[in-house]
Design a protein around this ligand. Structure first.
Ligand SMILES: CC(C)(COP(=O)(O)OP(=O)(O)OC[C@H]1O[C@@H](n2cnc3c(N)ncnc32)[C@H](O)[C@@H]1OP(=O)(O)O)[C@@H](O)C(=O)NCCC(=O)NCCS
Length: 169
């Protein structure tokens, strides 16, 4: 069982079955669905609550569930690293919560889970996400061409970014 993680403005706690509906509502917001694709409550239950490999936390701010952050650990020992993904309700965008949640997760993965390297892969057009990850210390590695398919069925480029433990800000 994962611990509850305390950032400056956010609390990250392990997802529970009763979070499924609020997470589906947040994912249905156009400013989130644009980057995450289409999720209904059943997809949230099977992919975020039941978890298929990823470890999922909800993000709380002011005692409210405002989003989710997840990590996935590469199982091959010689390639060991963790990757992170995140979404926040648009009402909470641009207030520093994404930076705080990613930094809190990164500290946990480096200091408690023993990772020397973390990765994250936003769409190249997701400038807000790229800026957020840079603030935490992630650096651009390069563009992965036609890496991700969007809800319209089009493949688009993503930016591979990584962070070494010693670079954590
Ligand atoms: C991406 C996301 C997690 C960022 O969290 P956030 O709380 O909104 O971000 P923060 O307030 O911590 O930081 C945003 C930074 O991006 C900058 N920014 C905002 N919009 C921007 C834009 N269009 N272009 C470039 N930078 C932008 C802000 O100025 C700020 O940087 P600064 O403080 O150095 O000025 C959040 O916006 C989100 O959930 N978006 C929808 C889902 C998503 O895109 N998930 C990521 C998929 S990889």
């Amino acid at each position: 069982m994962s611990p509850v993680l305390h950032g400056t403005a956010t609390v990250l706690r392990p997802v529970r079955p009763d979070d499924a509906e609020v997470l589906a509502e947040i994912l249905a917001e156009p400013d989130v669905a644009r980057w995450w694709g289409r999720y209904d409550v059943e997809r949230v239950r099977s992919e975020l609550v039941a978890g298929a490999g990823s470890v999922v936390f909800v993000i709380e701010a002011e005692d409210e569930v405002v989003g989710s952050v997840q990590y996935f650990e590469e199982p091959a020992v010689n390639y060991r690293h963790a990757s992170i993904d995140i979404f926040l309700h648009p009402a909470w965008h641009g207030k520093g919560l994404g930076t705080d949640a990613v930094r809190t997760m990164a500290r946990y993965l480096v200091h408690d889970r023993g990772h020397h390297r973390l990765a994250i892969d936003p769409a190249v057009s997701n400038l807000r996400a790229i800026r957020t990850y840079e603030r935490v210390g992630f650096k651009a590695v390069g563009v992965m061409r036609s890496y991700e398919r969007d809800s319209a069925g089009e493949w688009h480029d993503c930016l591979l970014m990584d962070l070494l433990g010693r670079e954590l800000q």
